[in-house]
Design a protein around this ligand. Sequence first.
Ligand code: SAH
Length: 212
Amino acid sequence: MTSQRTRERLLGRLMDQGIQSMEVLDVMRSTPRHIFLDEALAHRAYEDVALPIGHNQTISQPYVVAKMTEAIVKSGPMDRVLEIGTGCGYQTAVLAQLAKKVFTVERIKPLLDRAKKNLKLLGLRNIEFKHDDGSLGWAERGPFDAIITTAAPRQIPAELLEQLADGGRLIIPVGGDEHQELKLVRRVGSEYEEHILDRVRFVPLLIGQVQG
Ligand code: SAH
């Protein structure tokens, strides 16, 4: 069910789809995705699909996690990384093994609590959590070398751009429900260079109220 063979098959799929960074592939190989899922779905943990985690949210598709992580790892330093949309903490776990320090913000309290538990179980301690509206970033902890947003706003929030260090990168899906583009934005002084990496589908980034 969660055998080494099903995990290796997933790794093969990621490589077939163009993921090349050995660093990222090694971390994806050694991160148990099944612990982030409810028991009833754990047998599907190594399929390359997004799956429900409750509260109308999903755990990201492994390919998308790999693609976003690779884009960030390849493009510069990883000392301070901010993630918006912790969910159950899968992407956080991958990041925490590649970055010095990860800051992560989630608006749904029970999901954040579950993520804390999962990440503790994996022994990952270089993570700071916040229950808040992540569209505002986390100004007190910035500037960041990289910011990853795992939910899609219609437009890039100005706060996230402002909290990038010089040379810092923001990776973010942007768009409405059916069409989103995964963008990589790099800050160069007061300029922002934008590249489109892929077409993706994420849950919306909800602006405003947090959920208890
Ligand atoms: N990173 C997760 C993906 C979770 S899905 C993974 O690895 O699987 C996206 C998450 O973004 C959801 O948990 C959702 O509640 C959260 N989210 C949406 N809008 C948000 C906001 N404004 N601030 C913080 N989190 C938000």
